[in-house]
Unconditional design. Sequence first.
Length: 202
Amino acid sequence: MKKINLSLLSILFGVVAFLPSCKEEEIQEMYLRGGNSIIQSDDGNLVIAGYNSASQNGYEATLVKTDLNGEVIWSNNFGGTNSDGFFKVENAHNGGVIACGFSFTNSSGAPTMLAVLTNSSGTKEWMKTYASGYYSQAFSLVKQADSGYVLAGYIQKNTTSDRDIYIVRINNEGKEIWSRQYGAKTATPQDTLYDEAYNNVA
């Protein structure tokens, strides 16, 4: 029989006992604000992407640039009148940064894949959404060697369907070049990658 770590057990009981005493807004403050991605920018400083809570808009997609000592150089929020957030940031071709995440473009409760490009001063050059009309978010992105970017996340056609992997190739101006969806086993060509992985694991 394995021995129980009494110290760890006491900590867990403490956490469980603490949670009911927390106010709802304290829980939200703890979990709904944060930095999700950090990079070293082309000029040697740091850029953090995430989201902060805001009383008017729910969440605000946020980029913060600091020096190597953590002193703020600039901090900017992006998005519309509803909740927005960033999950990933990368250096951009123009010397600024590009960040991706989600945007609630309306109050219907459906997030849409979001990308924002800034210049080196953190000023927005463009903000675009993709897969509008469906549930979608972008969790990662890469800068292409020649030009443009590829976003990766998910798309969900409706509340009863499953989420599919969704990637979007965009140019330097944020215009969509192509998109691909990888999901449940079907006869469609774009599902070949998924089918191969499924057959090897199953």
